[in-house]
Write a protein that binds this ligand. Sequence first.
Ligand code: ADP
Length: 196
Amino acid sequence: MRMVGLTGGIGSGKSAVAQRLEALGAVIVDADKIAREVVEPGTEGLARVAEAFGPGVLDPSGALDRPALARIVFADDEARRRLEEITHPLVRGRTAELVAAAPPDSIVVNDVPLLVEKGMSHLYSLVLIVFAALPTRLDRLMRIRGMSRDEAMARIGAQATDEERRAVADIAIENDGTPEELDREVAAAWERVCAA
Ligand code: ADP
């Protein structure tokens, strides 16, 4: 069992890399997906979030109203800390379950958007980071994800810088070219992971 971390700034192509790694045989553990799962309707996580922040964080169907919760924790560090005290142990527990369920000789790739921001690189034997130049990222976020230029710049600016990412990257995947070039970049990175 090898524990690999994968990250990259928004629009870098991290998800595109995760898909390719999965096709090459990696077991992908998706941190965003787990973070959503632990507060799905019917979970202990959602019950505790509603208890802590009130029924205003639930939508009429009883699911988490993410924008409402975001408004509460956005400007209030104490509220954010309380939220994380509820969700982080649940995310860690579910992550550990998924890792434990992977076959013993697996290479587990943990897809973690905020790996660098949260200082998590020590959790992995190897850290893979996807890079793309600012114009490439802006183009993807605006053209494919429909963001405005300001929104895309704000999302990029709220994350770690490329310098901060380079400082913890064991393997860098450059993604400014075509999908076929990315196939080759990822295949080369996977060979290095397997050989490490
Ligand atoms: P991230 O997860 O880093 O935010 P994604 O992997 O979702 O980024 O990529 C953003 C968008 O750009 C997606 O629609 C993806 O298919 C596209 N994309 C990623 N890499 C390439 C590439 N090399 N060529 C063309 N489109 C790409």
